[in-house]
Design a protein around this ligand. Structure first.
Ligand SMILES: Nc1ncnc2c1ncn2[C@@H]1O[C@H](COP(=O)(O)OP(=O)(O)O)[C@@H](O)[C@H]1O
Ligand SMILES: [Mg+2]
Length: 251
């Protein structure tokens, strides 16, 4: 008898566009319970957008995302999808921990200041608007009361996981903006989580970490999965030219 496990994450032909820009073009992948999948790929390939779709911080344009068998963001009746209320979407998100890219970028700035830093100072967004959006994001993950805290005032747990006892953890380049001495510490926490059997979907450029911890590697470029497989397959024996070209830029 074969036992069929429900995937912790199942993406079925997920598309996402911003206006006329197609950012995700038919992403299909599965993360089985208790496994670690690392997504690698060049900047702009849609990795962050995909992670944000998994917990419905972004709406997919087409396709379906399931977490632990549950359709994310929508209810389906007679083959028709109806968007969930924000309350129900928040409830789904409570099971999904997410570590934002650059979450603890500057120790001398508050959590809120950290989140609005890039939109305001890099992209020139209106501060009031950026602040409102940041508060919305924090509320979505139950951390609105921490907006004025400094990163060091958050527990390691709050920094590393923003849901209580999540069944799935999403990491978006968690170490990309950290001081070098903190990188090893964060990777150690992540390795421990993986050893404890946490299901994890990790966008990372840390190839040594991916090689050691990932059960499955997904290489994305230009909104598509170019190839996926075990670390040995994708990192050591890539079959696609784009994967080879990307990996050669890293070493
Ligand atoms: N909110 C948005 N509005 C418009 N374009 C966006 C938005 N978010 C991301 N993009 C665009 O989508 C593409 C993929 O971005 P992203 O998912 O951040 O890629 P990656 O994480 O792989 O670097 C980029 O071209 C980016 O400019
Ligand atoms: Mg990104």
């Amino acid at each position: 008898m074969t036992v069929k496990h429900t995937p912790m994450v199942q993406a079925v032909d997920v598309w996402k566009s911003f206006g006329s820009l197609d950012v995700l073009k038919g992403i299909s992948l599965e993360v089985m319970p208790g496994t670690v999948t690392c997504i690698i790929g060049p900047s702009g390939s849609g990795k962050s957008t995909f992670l944000r779709c998994v917990n419905h911080l972004e709406k997919v344009s087409a396709g379906r995302l399931y977490v632990d068998g549950e359709l994310i963001g929508y209810r389906e009746r007679d083959g028709v999808l109806y968007e969930m209320s924000e309350k129900d979407a928040s409830r789904q998100r409570r099971d999904i921990g997410m570590v934002f890219q650059n979450f603890n970028l500057f120790g001398h700035r508050t959590v809120l200041e950290n989140i609005i830093e890039a939109p305001v100072h890099v992209k020139g967004e209106d501060p009031a608007r950026a602040k409102a959006r940041a508060m919305e994001l924090l509320a979505m993950v139950g951390l609105e009361s921490k907006a004025d805290a400094y990163p060091i005032q958050l527990s390691g747990g709050q920094q590393q996981r923003v849901a209580m006892d999540p069944k799935l953890m999403l990491f978006d380049e968690p170490t990309s903006a950290l001081d070098p001495e903190l990188v090893g510490e964060v990777l150690r926490v992540m390795r421990n989580l993986a050893d404890e059997g946490m299901s994890m979907l990790v966008v990372t450029h840390e190839m040594a970490f991916a090689r050691e911890v990932a059960d499955h590697i997904v290489f994305m470029a230009d909104g598509q999965i170019v190839e996926q497989g075990t670390p040995e397959q994708v990192l050591d024996n890539p079959t696609q030219g784009r994967t080879k070209a990307f990996l050669s830029t890293l070493f």
